[in-house]
Design a protein around this ligand. Structure first.
Ligand code: G6P
Length: 372
């Protein structure tokens, strides 16, 4: 009913709007007054966490994209090797697991059968499993050694939005916690990142206030067949998530690519007026990456692409090459996906509406897939 949707036309719009609160709630009580993490829920002892020599993340769909982003954070802050695998592929290839492997299963519903079977396999091999989950008492956290809950609240729309942002937050918390427990050469950086993370809900709020031009742009693209998404570093999984949202909601052909891979194939797809969304990394940190993506944008634009550029406030270098410029607040590099994903959610939702699709219940999809 309209009341349940809080005055919004769709649950998805309501859930997009709830993201600042979902993010804040997921952080609540997990950062102490001294700026350290206290994650009592992670009931895997410090001794055992210090012994971990590999992290393996298993998930499906949007949760898998959160896992891809988590890998960058975990490896950078902890220097523990981290693999990310689609849960449906995992157990069928006889993965290498042991008691020093920490497996992280990410699932909004906690009932996805592929993820559940993968975590059972991991536990049979002696690995400890930590679930990142949004649904209290669901099967995946019940069968795991420990659970870190995301506090997004119930997510009704089939296409995941607020759960994804809180999965990112939970992944950062786990990565930073591992760094805290094990000690890391990034000691100073960790403290600063925890502070930035505690302010990220405000940045999400600011993005939401500036989404009207994104909606207007989406409406002009309603008759297109294809949209491509490019990113580098953590922007690459963001591009994959942007493309997935568009497939799920707008039923359009959408693909995400690592921008550096363009020249190895995808650039052949570029033609006159093809919309290409590019997620641009922060110009301050990792400036090499920033320069590279600016030249990627020039390459596709020279071939006629219509460039839709998502860039930080104050990033002027990229502006001349953007046919459409979407601004996001500046954040530390690894946290950027929390804000950069939001315009892509709004974009897909508006395109679905413009194409007359059912936003909350896309054809052929289910919120939770409980068969393998
Ligand atoms: C389904 C949903 C997706 C979701 C995926 C994983 O396919 O349609 O939106 O990302 O399952 O769900 P989970 O509940 O495990 O996060």
């Amino acid at each position: 009913s309209a009341a349940e949707k809080g005055g919004y036309d769709y649950f998805m719009l309501k859930e997009i709007a709830e993201q600042p609160k979902a993010v804040a709630d997921t952080l609540l009580g997990r950062i102490d007054a001294a700026g350290s993490l206290s994650l009592d829920e992670v009931r895997i002892g410090a001794g055992e966490l210090r012994e971990v020599d590999k992290v393996v993340i298993i998930a499906c769909g949007t949760a898998f994209h959160a896992g891809l982003i988590a890998k960058y954070a975990i490896e950078h802050w902890t220097r523990i090797p981290c693999e990310v695998e689609l849960a449906s592929e995992f157990r069928y290839r006889d993965p290498i697991l042991g008691h020093r492997t920490l497996v992280i299963a990410i699932s909004q519903s906690g009932e996805t059968m592929d993820t559940l079977m993968a975590l059972r396999h991991a536990r049979e091999q002696g690995s400890k499993v930590l679930a990142i989950c949004n649904t209290n008492g669901s099967t995946i956290p019940r069968e795991s050694d420990a659970a870190l809950y995301t506090h997004a609240g119930p997510e009704v729309a089939v296409a995941s939005t607020k759960a994804f942002l809180t999965q990112l937050v939970a992944c950062y918390l786990v990565a930073l916690y591992l760094a805290q427990v094990r000690g890391t050469k990034w000691g100073d950086e960790i403290g600063a990142v925890i502070r930035d993370l505690s302010r990220i809900a405000g940045a999400v709020e600011r993005v939401l206030e500036t989404m009207e031009p994104v909606r207007a742009l989406a409406r002009t693209l309603a008759s297109k067949d294809t949209v491509l998404f490019l990113g580098r570093h953590v922007g690459y999984p963001v591009a994959l998530e942007g493309a997935l949202k568009l497939k799920e909601l707008a039923y359009m052909h959408a693909e995400g690519f690592a921008a550096g891979e363009l020249k190895h194939g995808p650039i052949a797809l570029i033609e006159e007026d093809l919309p290409v969304v590019v997620v641009v990394p922060s110009p301050q940190a990792r400036s090499v990456l920033h320069d590279k993506i600016v030249s990627n944008i020039q390459e596709i634009r020279a071939r006629g692409a219509r460039t839709i550029v998502i860039a930080e406030e104050g990033d002027e270098a990229v502006a001349p090459y953007a046919d459409h410029l979407i601004r996001i607040p500046a954040t530390p590099t690894l946290l950027q996906p929390v804000v950069a994903t939001v315009p892509l959610q709004v974009f897909a939702c508006e395109l679905a509406t413009a194409r007359g699709n059912e936003v909350d219940q896309p054809r052929n999809l289910a919120k939770s897939v409980t068969v393998e």
